[in-house]
Write a protein that binds this ligand. Structure first.
Ligand SMILES: [Zn+2]
Length: 332
């Protein structure tokens, strides 16, 4: 596996199941961009293969079926419009009633398990209360705290995290990943540290930020904000530019940017994203600096809640940008 920080979790898993005592329900918890799906993929591939005792052979019938996504002993539950519904859990219960076809276990994965509605969670609880003898259930989630306590107490947890050593290796890993891609020869010129901070040190999200030029789009957002606050761009033009340049997760990036800027004011050792960007300096030299940053964070939060309603976004941006710009001209 290419995601080196998952190796320790594979070891952890192998140690836990070393005595042929497999847990019946496992919560795989971790932020998006940490590689939960890849970790599960490897764990399940190892479980279905009967040819080798550690890892998987990659050649047998079980391995082939699983690789092709047709393994009869593996069942995936995917939420529909961000809801895991009770009928999906009923299908899962049914799946568990039969014995394994060709591997040793019946394995099910509930993706975004925190999206189970109450009926689904209650149905799942029944499965956990009387777990199938050869069944293993994985609950994948980025917010374990949202699962019902009665569900959590019946599962073991595998928390996908970066330890100190992983964080040190991350820079090199990102650079080598980028180098291997055509057109990314200038990887070292991109600010890896900025991307790491913007994506909260989630390795796969950071890599995506760097690969898909999202860092450049994001910097353009900062340029637009700077031009509006510092120059004579009209508010409707500025708001329009910002919305049109809004990529998949620019609002979330902006939110992290402002939070990080705030942190860097209180603690000089904090990494400052795009430290040389004139917007940073402009905001920091204002006597109302804290107020401005808090207002910007509020604005971004509201935009994220608006769920891409373009007209609402435009109006909200315009009114708040004007309000914030006024702060720049005020003395404390
Ligand atoms: Zn195999």
């Amino acid at each position: 596996m290419n995601y080196f920080w998952l190796d320790k979790h594979i070891d952890q898993w192998n140690a836990a199941i070393g005595h042929d005592h497999k847990p019946q329900a496992v919560i795989v918890n971790g932020a998006d961009g940490m590689g939960k799906a890849e970790l599960l993929n490897q764990i399940i591939a190892d479980l279905v293969c009967r040819q080798v005792s550690v890892g998987h052979c990659g050649k047998c019938q079980n391995c082939t079926l699983y690789k092709q996504g047709y393994h009869p002993d593996v069942h995936n539950v995917e939420p529909e419009k961000n809801v895991v519904k009770v009928n999906m859990i009923r299908k899962l219960t049914e799946f568990f009633t039969s014995t394994p076809h060709c591997s040793d276990y019946k394995i099910a994965v509930i993706n975004q398990a925190d999206c189970m509605n109450v009926a689904a969670a209650n149905a799942l609880l029944k499965v956990l209360e009387e777990p199938p003898a050869r069944g293993i259930l994985f609950l994948s989630t980025n917010s374990k705290h949202q699962l019902m306590p009665t569900i959590k107490s019946r599962c073991v947890s595998l928390d996908v995290v970066l330890n100190v050593g992983d964080k040190i290796k991350l820079n090199e890993w990102l650079k080598s990943e980028l180098m291997n891609q055509p057109g990314q020869e200038n990887a070292e010129k991109l600010s890896v540290q900025d991307a790491l901070t913007l994506s909260d040190f989630q390795p796969i999200s950071t890599l995506k930020l760097l690969q898909e030029n999202q860092m450049i789009d994001f910097k353009t957002q900062l340029d637009y904000l700077y031009e509006f606050f510092n120059q004579d761009t009209s508010v409707s033009v500025a708001a329009k530019q910002i919305i049109e340049n809004q990529g998949n997760n620019n609002w979330a990036l902006l939110q992290r940017y402002f939070l990080q800027l705030l942190k860097s004011i209180f603690n000089q050792k904090q990494h400052e994203i795009y430290a040389t960007h004139p917007l940073n300096k402009l905001i920091k030299k204002s006597p109302k600096v804290i107020h401005i940053i808090i207002k910007m964070t509020e604005l971004v939060q509201q935009l994220m809640l608006n769920l891409n309603n373009q007209i609402k976004d435009q109006l909200l941006l315009e009114s708040m940008l004007v309000e914030i710009k006024n702060q720049f001209n005020q003395r404390s």
